[in-house]
Design a binder for this molecule. Structure first.
Ligand SMILES: Nc1nc2c(ncn2[C@@H]2O[C@H](COP(=O)(O)OP(=O)(O)O)[C@@H](O)[C@H]2O)c(=O)[nH]1
Ligand SMILES: [Mg+2]
Length: 461
């Protein structure tokens, strides 16, 4: 990066808050600060990583734009590894905007979204998985998602991929020697030993990372859960109970909920989008019919359907018909209103007929068994797979794609070793496997891929 490329952006979100921060990165950062900052203390040497109190003053009009704290951080111990300045203003967007505009008028360039983090990557402070972790931290919706992202920012994924890369580089060195001395090929390449190394140091760790990718997706992106049942079984009551607020209207009149209602909640660290639907019934009026159409769409996209029966009313033909329309989805069976009655025989019978489905008896109104329900939802979507916790790693979809290709190359390599093929052929799959792992950490990543990644950032990060 050229040092004259000094960039700036407002790093705090729009709106008003206690403080708002403008960040500047690049070789001219300090020079620009000195033009616009007027200290309110005795001396102001701008020692690195020290806060100074003063005014931001327009150099021509001498107008005070805000009272601020400013800090200069000398390269390389900064977020971008360049010189960085932060100006801590009052959290009024107008004040921030006028200071930013002043900087731009001095020749500073407005940073692209994610550009500070991209600099951190390009300047070698973090690898690509760590840059991606920054996005995850900013967007995490549960504490667990946040912990996962912090682990990755700490290099957990990088280190695991790096171990595999190092092993591949050692294997490649052996194979390359053999290519240089083709006559002694067989002596140099110890096929059984390479096979063992491949199995232990490449195949098994790559497979483990792949297994963890699916679960990472659940914690990162969350799941969508839809409550389905006939009118009046207690769907809206359950939504309210799960959210601990009166979000949806609850009445004894069937057809109260006419549209879908969705909210987010945290179930054991999984961000869950929970959707309450209009109750399905045959004689629905026009508005309800539209609501039901929306409910159908939600069901199609759902990761899990909570199919609710009224324990006191029992199962009727319409329940069975409705059930038939959601049977293809991952399901959890609920008998509601157990506070007023033991589940009717027909409900128990229905449950035992579908005994592969998790079945929970609850009272939405009296908040009975709600924790059991939450655990059941968690178990159904996450299963017992909580490996990332032990190993602090959850590859995302981009990593997964590369891991899959790396695995394919490693399997071809295994086959080649079993057949004792020549070193030059082995080298091809070795290199392919290594290239894929390099792409994960960003050693060999094309400009388009980088663009896609850094476009996901907000301004100022
Ligand atoms: N006793 C009892 N009544 C409930 C329970 N859940 C819901 N209800 C009542 O059943 C009626 C319908 O509830 P609602 O949540 O609107 O059902 P929905 O049409 O499926 O959304 C209301 O009168 C609720 O108070 C429950 O667990 N126990
Ligand atoms: Mg309702």
């Amino acid at each position: 990066m050229e040092s004259s490329h000094t960039i700036a952006a407002i790093s705090t979100p729009p709106g008003s808050g206690g403080i708002g921060i403008i960040r500047i990165s690049g070789g001219e950062a300090l020079a620009h600060l000195q033009i616009i900052f007027q200290p309110l203390g005795a001396d102001c040497p701008f020692a690195s990583h020290r806060l100074y109190y003063g005014h931001i003053v327009h150099p021509q009009s001498r107008k005070i734009l805000d009272e601020v704290l400013a800090v200069f951080m000398a390269a390389p111990n900064t977020y971008t590894r360049e010189d960085v300045v932060e100006i801590h203003c009052h959290g009024n967007y107008l004040a921030l905007q006028s200071i930013l505009e002043l900087l731009l008028s001095l020749g500073v360039r407005l940073a692209d979204p994610g550009e500070f983090t991209k600099l951190a990557f390009l300047n070698g402070r973090i690898d690509l998985t760590q840059a991606e972790a920054v996005i995850d931290i900013l967007s995490a919706r549960t504490r667990k998602g946040m912990d996962m992202a912090l682990d990755q920012l700490g290099g957990s994924l990088y280190h695991r991929v790096d171990l595999i890369r190092a092993s591949l580089v050692r294997m490649r060195a052996i194979v390359e020697v053999a290519i240089d001395f083709p006559d002694e090929d067989v002596e140099i390449v110890n096929y059984p030993q390479l096979l063992q190394q491949l199995a232990e140091e490449i195949l098994s760790p790559v497979e483990r990372l792949l297994a963890q990718a699916d679960e990472g997706k659940i914690f990162r992106e969350g799941i969508s859960v839809v409550i389905v049942g006939l009118p009046n079984v207690g769907k809206s009551s359950l939504l309210n109970t799960l959210l601990q607020e009166e979000r949806a209207l609850v009445t004894a009149i069937p057809g109260t909920t006419r549209d879908t209602i969705e909210e987010y909640l945290d179930i054991n660290g999984v961000p869950v989008r929970i959707v309450d639907t209009a109750g399905f019934r045959q004689d629905a009026d026009e508005v309800e019919a539209l609501g039901l159409e929306r409910a159908r769409k939600q069901i199609d996209q759902a990761d899990l359907v909570l199919f609710m029966l009224d324990a006191a009313r029992g199962v009727e033909e319409e329940d069975v018909q409705l059930f038939a329309t959601v049977k293809h989805k991952p399901l959890l069976l609920l008998a509601n209103k157990v506070d007023i009655a033991e589940p009717q025989g027909s409900v128990e019978e229905f449950a035992s007929r579908n005994d592969t489905l998790p079945y929970v008896q609850i009272s939405a109104k009296q908040q009975q068994n709600i924790d059991v329900l939450k655990d059941a939802i968690f178990d159904t979507v996450v299963g017992g797979k909580e490996q990332w916790q032990e190993e602090g790693c959850a590859p995302n979809i981009r990593h997964k794609d590369s891991l899959q290709r790396a695995l394919e190359a490693a399997l071809r390599l295994e086959e080649g070793l079993q057949m004792s093929i020549t070193s030059d052929l082995l080298a091809i799959d070795l290199q392919e496997c290594l290239d894929q792992l390099n792409a994960i950490v960003g050693v060999t990543t094309t400009e388009d891929v980088l663009d896609v990644i850094f476009e996901q950032f907000c301004l100022g990060k």
